[in-house]
Design a protein around this ligand. Structure first.
Ligand code: DGY
Length: 319
């Protein structure tokens, strides 16, 4: 008999085929995430759970899953999962690191360039019928080449962003919990305290996991250290930035612009005050959204799931 698993969203065909060859899968096949109680109701007889970052996997849910052996998340970030509660029950947890590094770094750079050169405002300007002539001072932005980039969090994605910055002749500062001399050498990046990085950088790009230590890492005090011409880019997790403080900093001109792939709250409601500001670019958490990357993420998650239901160590365990 095939092991029973619950899958909280539609998967790419290739991944679904691999999964169903081994498992008896029940799926929530909708565009929106399953309600929490739906997952609770479905998990009682399952040995595996394949979930997304929009699913809250907490201790109460795990209590309702006495047979669960594995939680396999289709994402590298897993702040939605109570990993300690899972470990206490002997449940393995896996994620999808590595495969989304380059796509996410590409996108962080796309946001950086778009915010620096006011691409969103330019598009709106044309669509609104305001384009009447070429203007010497029309939509002036910031130079990216030769500017200073501050990378907060020098893990895989932070390093991939640093590599891209070299092609733009940027000076790259980084801050992370541990100093990385070998990476400094290899990538030509300089370590700075967070405060020094914020003071010096023209662009600040966030690449930390969401943890108790990084929640609210960028608040009013930190934004106050940044230059008036500085741009903040967030492709990490929304709650790393204090949204109210960011709004105030953008509205008052304390910083020049922000480009956000992730927000707090997420999704950001259409009437949110941030969206009324011209110097904010918000996109719906799509930094890893390429066909190839998302397919590879799903396949990795399926391989974690299959190993877990078989009681084997996961090929890509969290941590
Ligand atoms: C992740 O994997 O954590 C991203 O936020 C989505 O790809």
């Amino acid at each position: 008999m095939k092991p029973k698993v619950y899958v909280t969203r539609h998967l790419p065909e290739e991944a679904w085929r691999e999964l169903t060859a081994v498992c008896d899968a029940a799926i929530w096949d909708e565009e929106f995430p399953p309600p929490y109680e739906e997952v609770v109701a479905n998990i009682a007889d399952k040995t595996g759970l394949l979930c997304l970052l929009t699913d809250q996997i907490d201790a109460r849910l795990l209590e309702a899953a006495p047979q669960l052996k594995v939680i396999s998340q289709v994402a590298v970030g897993y702040d939605n999962i109570d990993v300690a509660a899972a470990a206490a029950r002997g449940i393995r947890v896996g994620n999808t690191p590595g495969v989304l590094t380059e796509a996410t770094a590409d996108f962080a750079f796309a946001l950086l360039l778009a915010a620096a050169r006011r691409v969103g405002e330019g598009v709106d300007y044309v669509r609104d019928g305001r384009w009447q002539t070429w203007g010497l001072t029309l939509l002036l932005g910031q130079d990216v080449h030769g500017a200073t980039l501050g990378i907060v969090g020098l893990g895989r994605i932070g390093q991939a962003v640093a590599r891209r910055a070299r092609g733009f002749d940027m000076r790259v500062l980084y801050h992370s919990a541990t100093r990385r001399p070998e990476v400094e050498q290899a990538l030509g990046v300089e370590y700075a305290s967070l405060d020094d990085l914020l003071r010096q950088a023209d662009f600040v790009s966030l690449h930390v996991n969401l943890t108790a230590a990084t929640r609210g890492l960028i608040g009013a005090r930190e934004l106050g250290l940044m230059q008036e011409t500085a741009v903040l880019i967030n492709t990490a997790r929304g709650p790393v930035v204090d949204t109210a403080a960011l709004y105030a900093a953008l509205q008052s001109g304390q910083i020049a612009a922000a480009a956000l792939d992730v927000t707090d709250p997420e999704p950001l409601p259409a009437h949110h005050p941030l969206l009324a500001l011209p110097n904010v670019l918000v996109v719906p958490h799509i930094a890893s959204a390429t066909v190839s990357t998302r397919t590879q993420m799903a396949l990795m998650a399926v391989r974690n799931l299959i190993a877990g239901v078989r009681g084997e160590p996961l090929p890509f365990p969290v941590g």
